[in-house]
Design a protein. Sequence first.
Length: 250
Amino acid sequence: MKVVIIEDEKPAARRLSRMLNDLGIEPIAMLHSVNESINWFYNNQHPDLIFLDIQLSDGLSFEIFEEVEIKSAIIFTTAYDEYALKAFKLNSIDYLLKPIDTDELENAVNQYKKIQSATLNPGFDFEQIKKLIAPTEKNFKKRFTVKIGQHLKMVPTDTIECFFSENKATNIHTNNDRNYLIEDTLEQLEDVLEPEYFYRVSRKYIVNINAIKDIVSYSNSRLKLMLNSYNESEIIVSRERVKDFKNWIG
């Protein structure tokens, strides 16, 4: 099976490539922009299957189809919410919601194999998809507001080393070694934090990749994380999350 990945975030592209390798599939190309993709399709034999991100660095990926007649099957990879995804269902286009889950990827590939003779691309109403997507582009949280006595303080997300749950409450730990209480649960935070930078390593912790100082092998095939300033208790990557954690850190 010949596969091409079109994804502007190179760490995400490499992660997807590794996940496909685990399924015995070796991508023949990783493309990162509309223009690069157009040039590649003009000069190379088209693949059987394309994994296609929607928002690329120089525009929406649909612009590729306006320039090149592509006859490959397509699986979209997207961070858009469920409302926008109705467009994909209406157009019989498969999709994977980011961050991509290993089992969902395998199911999508198996689904493609079942309908391998079908062409899933052009004739679809990409304008309709664009109209649904435009107002629902996902915006990740840039700051949190915390209460300190009678005062409110804004904490930029990129200054947060980790979020942790303690005594049924959620706390922020910042890179200046301060803790602040917030109202969100870790489950709610997973939906508003940018997955490129934040990952839930266990039931108790979500960590910022830029705050990880060291990673140490731990008992029972787990991993222990050392952050730049947080040292109140051990941060352990649970065994069932270790593989996905390694993919996340690239």
